[in-house]
Design a protein around this ligand. Structure first.
Ligand code: DP6
Length: 343
């Protein structure tokens, strides 16, 4: 029991959790409910092992406010408010009235379009609920993480994950459709910019419906979800490549035709996409997907990934290449799980 009474002061044990970011193979773009992040369509992702956020939460009697420290620095107001909003939900669930100190660290660059908010809110949901003395199951944790950042619900389960759109708060959560060991698919991330992106996805979701193309994208989503799910289950790379590229292109078509139009690609983005197309024509199994930023994720089976990583690293404008294999679920870090520190 993490709560004890000592001199009329509640003492809470801190809890530390780690969670991986995820790359969407079928994208979430557009909300039915922007506050609860109920998405317009379901999505599928792969957990990015090796990249992680580690978050420690401690509720303390007498703290005047919540405090959020990200990568050793006091976080900006906007991020701190998002964290506090999630902590408020945890306070309501657990009955505590204490504020919390949240210390979070990413082992990958923050704000370059590598979904740090997904790993961040997944780790926060797990650490904060445990620190408040709650033990939520995977579904409840995924729902809670979703309220912080939509894609964070997909960073609670491990491996290959599907977020069932659901349409309501109760029914909108993510489940694992295959464990990390099912298929050694590699995401080779070509980082082209270290700058924070211009328009955050949180705004993008709210304007998606202004594009004429969004309704067509959403209507066709069940077909793409089925193709992607089946390609993963059969480990059929060709089928996966086709639907992953189509889905990414559809999302960017919506982005550039919304009001305001959102352009996330840089000239380097197109250069890398074209290089990937040439590699595929030459017989290498590789495909691309791009999130709300200029970086390109090149996916391939592990056998070809070393060569692909080398080729992508040599493209002009690529400042850094990160490589991730399918990762596990969000988990509590105990003193015993010291091995995970080297992950
Ligand atoms: C393009 O989950 O980051 O990466 O819920 O506003 O935090 P918020 O948005 P977020 O949006 C992700 C958008 C995407 C596609 C995806 O990951 O499915």
């Amino acid at each position: 029991m993490s709560v004890a009474l000592q001199h009329h002061k509640k003492i809470y044990n801190p809890a530390t959790a780690i969670a991986h970011p995820n790359i969407a193979l079928i994208k979430y773009w557009g909300d039915l409910d922007p506050d609860l992040h109920i998405p317009s369509n379901g999505s599928i992702s792969m957990s990015l092992g090796g990249l992680f956020t580690r978050t420690r939460v401690r509720f303390e009697d007498g703290l005047p406010d919540d405090r959020f420290v990200l990568n050793d620095k006091q976080a900006d107001r906007q991020s701190s408010e998002r964290v506090s909003k999630l902590l408020e939900r945890v306070r309501q669930m657990s009955g505590t009235t204490c504020h919390a100190l949240v210390e979070s660290r990413n082992n990958f660059p923050t704000g370059v379009g590598i979904a740090s908010s997904a790993a961040g809110f997944a780790a926060l949901s797990l650490a904060a609920t445990r620190a408040a003395g709650l033990e939520l199951d995977e579904k409840a944790l995924s729902r809670l993480a979703r309220t912080g950042s939509g894609s964070a619900c997909r960073s609670i389960p491990g491996g290959f994950v599907e977020w069932q759109a659901g349409g309501t708060d109760e029914a909108s959560f993510a489940i694992s459709i295959a464990p990390p060991g099912h298929w050694d698919l590699v995401d080779c991330i070509a980082v082209v910019s270290q700058e924070e992106k211009g328009v955050r996805s949180i705004l993008g979701h709210t304007v998606a419906h202004t594009s004429l193309l969004q309704s067509a994208r959403v209507e066709n989503a069940p077909r793409r979800l089925k193709m992607c799910r089946e390609a993963i289950l059969r480990r059929d790379f060709e089928e996966l490549a086709e639907v992953v590229e189509l889905d990414s292109n559809l999302m960017h078509a919506v982005m550039i035709t919304s009001n305001p139009p959102l352009f996330y690609w840089q000239p380097e983005t197109m250069r890398i996409i074209q290089a990937i197309q040439s590699m595929r024509k030459a017989g290498l199994p590789v495909c691309y997907t791009v999130d709300a930023g200029p970086n390109v994720h090149a996916l391939s089976p592990a056998e070809s990934s070393v060569k692909i990583t080398e080729m992508i690293g040599a493209i002009s404008g690529v400042s850094q290449v990160m490589v991730a294999h399918p990762g596990g679920p969000a988990r509590i870090e105990t003193v015993q799980s010291e091995g995970e520190r080297r992950e």
